[in-house]
Design a protein around this ligand. Structure first.
Ligand code: FMN
Length: 221
């Protein structure tokens, strides 16, 4: 797939076919993605690739955890958005609920949607991106972003879709226990990955972006 076309066509996929991804394909994607740049070439990324019974167990455990009302306890604190950032977050939520036909006051359907996210949107595979506790500063965590986007782009070449997900790693103890990830590894992000179900309504969403003029300053150009 042509590069610019790939970048433009990547979008978060929240509905998947159940077909598992061959291990060789996942290997190729991760191999090419680790060509991503990293601060001082420290290559801080570590991946735990999940599928089959292990992923089923994790989906079930996360769902039970949420249903039990467990409070999130992420390895990295996330910021509560305010101002224009909060506005964009709200717009995304409205757009997703709209395309999914979920009414604002329908708490049951909203809960079901949240749980679907915890089940990695029923993706047949998921990748947990983690980092050793020894390296968790700016250079390292930024580099994890680079490799994560590269995975999302490389996946397109194999007809695969992805959804980068913070939500599952808000419950790192559950993920660690079922995925067999040691305590010394800090969970940064999860990636749902699989063949997109293009009939699934949320996959039709095309999110907006701020016009470039609002986020760029030109000096001497
Ligand atoms: C750091 C990060 C965390 C995210 N966490 C979630 C998540 O927990 N659940 C979800 O549905 N999407 C999640 N997303 C996907 C974003 O909502 C999505 O990238 C954004 O709305 C732009 O839409 P697009 O990916 O379709 O272009 C996350 C994306 C990033 C980069």
């Amino acid at each position: 797939m042509e590069l610019i076309e790939a970048i433009k066509s990547r979008k978060s996929i929240r509905g998947y076919k159940s077909t598992p991804i061959p291990r060789e394909t996942l290997t190729e994607i991760l191999e090419v993605a680790t060509r991503a740049p990293s601060g001082l070439n420290c290559q801080p990324w570590e991946f735990t690739v999940l599928g089959g019974g292990v992923l089923d167990d994790l989906k079930r455990a996360l769902e039970e955890y949420i249903r039990a009302g467990a409070a999130p306890d992420p390895d990295f604190q996330t910021e509560a958005l305010t101002g224009v950032y909060r506005k964009r977050q709200v717009e995304l939520g409205i757009a997703l609920y709209q395309v999914m036909g979920i009414a604002r006051e329908d708490t049951e359907k909203k809960t079901q949607w949240l749980l679907k996210g915890m089940r990695f949107f029923e993706a047949p595979n998921a990748i947990v991106v983690s980092i050793d506790e020894e390296v968790s500063g700016l250079l390292a965590t930024f580099s994890l972003g680079a490799v994560t986007q590269t995975i999302a782009l490389a996946a397109l070449n194999y007809g695969l879709g992805t959804c980068i997900q913070g939500a599952p790693v808000f419950y790192p103890q559950v993920v660690r226990q079922i995925a067999g990830i040691p305590e010394s590894k800090k969970l940064v992000m999860a990636i749902a990955i699989g063949y997109p179900d293009w009939d699934f309504p949320a996959n039709k969403l095309h999110t907006t972006r701020e016009p470039l003029a609002n986020v760029v300053a030109w000096r001497g150009v």
